[in-house]
Design a protein around this ligand. Structure first.
Ligand code: IDP
Length: 160
């Protein structure tokens, strides 16, 4: 295994991200995916989908009782979403940090929400908030066949 970065052998972390209808409509999909790629994270799943009401309600199940739930489901099902799974060391927490706080007005410049958003109901992107959420959301949005196990040949220039 000489020369093989350990990340090729280690079990690495995955997280789920979704560029919401506002991000896709505003033409930010490529730019947002590029931020994760440039950081060194690897795409292992990617698709453009029209979210069903059933998927939206399952995805946001923890918010079922909140006053904004109905509007949130209407919004997320209103127009295509880019769903992605990205992989890499520490990706769950790092993707959240790159995305920024829920309310874009409180999000620092340099975060996705801080650079592109204003209103909380138009905050451009979703990212799993814990490894447990990531596992649940990946299984909800992707079939196993849609997730590719592949080795990025640049891994040795990202991981020591
Ligand atoms: P997160 O997306 O930063 O993890 P959560 O608290 O899990 O934030 O909320 C999920 C989503 O619900 C938010 O991204 C946002 O789109 C929406 N949301 C949360 N709070 C409000 C609100 O007070 N008004 C409208 N939409 C909200």
């Amino acid at each position: 295994t000489l020369g093989l970065p350990s990340i090729w052998r280690a079990k690495v972390e995955r997280t789920f991200i979704a560029i919401k209808p506002d991000g896709v409509q505003r033409g930010l999909s490529g730019e947002i995916l590029q931020r994760f790629e440039r950081r060194g994270f690897k795409l292992v799943g990617l698709k453009l989908i029209k979210v069903s009401e059933e998927l939206a309600e399952k995805h946001y199940a923890e918010h079922r009782e909140r006053p904004f739930f109905k509007g949130l489901v209407e919004f997320i099902t209103s127009s295509p979403v880019v769903a992605a799974v990205i992989e890499g060391k520490g990706v769950v927490a790092t993707a959240r940090a790159m995305i920024g706080p829920t309310n874009p007005l409180n999000a620092p410049l340099g975060t996705i929400r801080g650079d592109y958003g204003i209103d909380i109901g138009r905050n451009i992107i979703h990212g799993s908030d814990s490894p447990e959420s990531a596992e649940r959301e990946i299984a909800l949005w992707f079939t196993p066949e849609e997730l590719l196990d592949w080795q990025a040949t640049i891994a040795g220039w990202i991981y020591e």
